[in-house]
Structure formats: C-alpha cells, structure tokens
Design a protein around this ligand. Structure first.
Ligand code: ATP
Length: 319
C-alpha cells in the first residue's frame, strides 16, 4: 500500500492582480486553485507519490475545472463528488500593504460543506496507506459526519492518520468553537503538523518551547511536527525530538508552503515507515520537507509553485 488519500476542501482563491491592495481596492482578481488538502494531494503527486483526493465540488464550470486540475497533476479524482445545487467554494484573499490578510468567503453553503457520509467513496479511502485531513471539513454538517466516518474507515483499513488543522479562524463561529473542534479529533491522529501560529492558538501560549509543544503530545502519536516558517521545523516522537533549520530562498508568496511540507513528509513516510523510529532518517525526510516548503514560497500561488523531487534535491545539494 502506498496511496496517500487527502480529504477535505478544494476551492478557488481569487487573488488581486496587483500586490499590497485591500480587497476593495483590487482592480481585478486571478483564479488560484487551492484548498489545503487538495494542495497536499498535488504536492504528493508532483513528488512522484500516489495521491487521491476525496471531497465535493460544485457541478459547475469551476468544479469541473478543479477536478481537471487534480487529474492533470496525476491525482486520482475517483473520490470527488459533485453537487448540482451548490457552487464550488470561492475565497477572495489579499495580503494588504500593512501585512494583514483580508478574506471574503463565498460558502453559503458551498459544495464542499455538503459532502455526506453516503457519498464517500469508501473504496478509495480503504486503499489509503496514509489518510490526511484538516479541520475546515469539521465546521458544519453534513461534511463533519462524513469527515469522521472517513477517518474511521481509513483507520479500520490500517491507514496512518495525518492531521494538519490548518486554522482558518474567520470560517468558525467563534475562536472557542474552533479550538474545541480542532482538538476534538486530536487524539486520533498518528502524525500531526501544526504551524507556530496554530500552536499558539491551541495552547494559548506565545512560545514554541518543548514544554509548551508537549502539552499537545499524546502517547499514541508517531510524529508531531511544528513548522516555523523560514526558521524550519521542530519534531517530536516517543523516543526523540529535535529541530531543523529552514532554507534561505527568495520568498515571493508563502501560500502553500505548509502543504508542500506535508506532502513531502508523507511521500517519504509512505516510502519507508521506519523513518518514524529512526531519528537520522527522519531528519533527512524533514530536511527534504523544509526544502519543498521553501521552494513553494519562491513563486506566486500554491499549486504552480509545488516542487518536483529534482528541484528539492537541487536545493538540498546547494546547502
Ligand atoms: P501556509 O499556511 O503558508 O501554507 P504554514 O503556516 O502551514 O504554511 P509554514 O511554517 O509557514 O507553514 O511553512 C512550512 C514550511 O515551509 C516551513 O517549515 C519551512 O520549511 C518552509 N517555509 C515557509 N516559509 C518559508 C520561507 N519564507 N523561507 C524558507 N522556507 C519557508
């Protein structure tokens, strides 16, 4: 078994044609396909791994375009369903000149939120060696129940469960609800990746010190990773822990860096699960993941910027 199945949302980000403007000031927008779980699936495929995506799109021009993007990138889209009543999710996103991100979501509700348990392609999920998911699919029913069912099916079929909460606070009714729901499936995972910002949100402490991170550790975990943007990452297993520096690159847009990191890490873990018990091997895997994250920041958008294996190896050799 070597299939990585990614579950959750795929949508279109509309980003301004010029940088540093507010949504209201933007003269125009371009389409940037995204959604963290879909990005992870494409990251895996671009690195030569086997990937499938499970989720729901609108039966509309944008939904069919996104499914085409999965296929064109070598991702199995057999787990994608289409909703005839609801549209593909859209998000207008900008990074203003003052450094603040502005979001406007069109999800009222969007097709991804309407995925039901009955629509899950269980055959795809049962073939997973790794089943990966985020937390946006937990926000509303019926998708929440579909998410929980998919986790259960994947687990029973022997998959490793991989969780990147990918906090999008504006989508939740409140911060408390976000924290509670994100943590409600915390203990189920084998592998968790959080960013430093998410760590702060979940622990309520402005620190990435080990004692703070370890409050999120659970005995059944196989790997907990905290990503630190340009500073790299920290890793925790039952037997060892440590950190790795990031790679200095000319950063243009960090969108998708975390997804590239996860895709790279999972691709290597599926290849050889013994990396989870061997610190030397795990460090090589996480260096590779850091390089993949770094490369993704050197181009605008997530999907166009996701690296191939040779591009990542080149950056590793340069350092
Ligand atoms: P995002 O939400 O932007 O996709 P994230 O917040 O989940 O990302 P980050 O910690 O920003 O995750 O990035 C993931 C990894 O990508 C980092 O651990 C690092 O290896 C790499 N990375 C991110 N930003 C940079 C950067 N500016 N320069 C070099 N590497 C970076």
């Amino acid at each position: 078994k070597d299939l990585i199945v990614s579950f959750g949302e795929m949508l279109i980000d509309f980003v301004p044609t010029v940088s540093g403007v507010s949504l209201a000031e933007a003269p125009g927008f371009i389409k940037a396909p995204g959604g963290a779980p879909a990005n992870v699936a494409i990251a895996v495929a671009r690195l030569g791994g086997r990937a499938a995506f499970v989720g729901k799109l609108g039966d509309d021009e944008f939904g069919r375009m996104l499914a085409g993007i999965l296929r064109d990138n070598g991702v199995d889209d057999g787990g994608v369903s289409f909703d005839t009543g609801a549209r593909t999710a859209l998000a207008f996103v900008t990074l203003r000149a003052d450094g603040e991100r502005e979001f406007m979501f069109y999800r009222n509700p969007s097709a991804d939120m309407l995925l039901t348990e009955g629509e899950l392609n269980l055959d795809v999920i049962k073939r997973a060696a790794v089943f990966h998911y985020g937390s946006i699919s937990l926000i509303t029913e019926p998708c929440r129940s579909a998410h929980l069912k998919a986790m259960e099916v994947a687990r029973q079929a022997g998959a490793l469960l991989s969780y990147d909460p990918n906090l999008r606070l504006p989508l939740w009714p409140s911060a408390e609800e976000a924290r509670e729901q994100i943590l409600s499936i915390w203990d189920e995972a084998d592998i968790i990746k959080v960013s430093d910002v998410e760590l702060e949100f979940l622990t309520g402490q402005e620190s990435v010190e080990d004692d703070v991170v370890l409050t999120l550790w659970r005995p059944a975990f196989k790997l907990l990773v905290v990503t630190l943007g340009e500073k790299g990452c920290k890793y925790y297993t039952k037997d060892f822990r440590g950190s790795l520096d990031g790679y200095a690159v000319d950063t243009v847009d960090t969108t998708g860096a975390g997804d590239a990191f996860v895709g790279a890490m999972l691709t290597k873990i599926v290849d050889d699960q013994s990396v989870l018990q061997d610190e030397g091997k795990l460090r090589e895997v996480l260096k590779f993941a850091n390089a993949c994250g770094a490369i993704t920041t050197t181009e605008k958008g997530a999907i166009p910027a996701l690296p191939s294996e040779p591009a990542a190896v080149k950056l590793l050799k340069r350092n």
